[in-house]
Design a protein around this ligand. Structure first.
Ligand code: PRP
Ligand code: URA
Length: 214
């Protein structure tokens, strides 16, 4: 569903995704279950996000005759998780598209300033000709996502999309201001940020819940 206020946003409101997201948000959900759900939701969302991939004809010999079938055209997608929490989304996407390349961007949000601090960057060569999908469960102030996309663009990326699970209006606005060419897909657009930059109602700290840190 495209969004009236944010032209850069699609909320994927498939019932299975919404159901799994409800369990994910629950504070009583265990770390093990949380990890499984992030993985499953990422896979279901990737299915939706890739529905416009271009196809090219290919000749296939079935056991009975030769036919023209269709396969995904062009270079394989490159997924780029923002560490740490984005890592939880990688396996689900890779299960759907085993041929994807995986880049990594290491960023954390400084607790006091809420500004992103970067510590790692590695993507496949030939960024100019690749389609990138940035993965991070949480789009809060948007500082991390905006910085990640800026790094990708500095390294040559031209076509970037972003996949998150929960977004705050502030983060979607930040992405629209900084990177209007980058479409954001989310399972939910939540109400607002609290005064320490957490999404309300949100699901808490995604990295801590995934990896059992606190
Ligand atoms: C979380 C989350 C995003 C970022 C979102 O990561 O996974 O990367 O915060 O916040 P923002 O939109 O305000 O930048 P965090 O910085 O907690 O690092 P972690 O994944 O290593 O826990
Ligand atoms: N990062 C998280 O993990 N959760 C939030 O609500 C905001 C930033």
């Amino acid at each position: 569903m495209s969004h009236d206020t944010f032209p850069n946003l699609t909320v994927i409101d498939h019932p299975l995704i919404q159901h799994k997201l409800a369990v994910l948000r629950d504070r009583e959900t265990s770390k093990k279950k949380f990890k499984e759900l992030v993985d499953e939701i990422a896979m279901l969302m990737a299915y939706e996000v890739t529905k416009d991939l271009p196809l090219a004809p290919v000749q296939v010999e079935t056991p009975l005759e030769t036919m023209t079938a269709y396969e995904v055209a062009g270079k394989k997608l490159t997924v780029v998780p923002i560490l740490r929490a984005g890592l939880g989304m990688v396996d689900g996407v890779v299960r759907l598209m085993p041929g994807v390349r995986v880049g990594h961007i290491g960023l954390y949000r400084d607790h006091d300033t809420l500004q992103p601090v970067d510590y790692y960057f590695k993507i496949p060569a030939g960024a100019e000709n690749r389609d990138f999908l940035v993965l991070d469960p949480m789009l809060a102030t948007g500082g991390s996502a905006a910085a990640a996309v800026a790094s990708l663009k500095r390294n040559g990326a031209k076509r970037v999309r972003m996949l998150c699970l929960v977004a705050a209006p502030e983060g979607v606005r930040r992405m629209l201001d900084d990177h209007p060419d980058v479409h954001v897909y989310t399972a939910a657009l939540d109400r607002e940020l609290n005064d320490v930059g957490y999404i309300l109602p949100g699901l808490g700290d995604a990295g801590d819940r995934l990896f059992g840190t606190k």
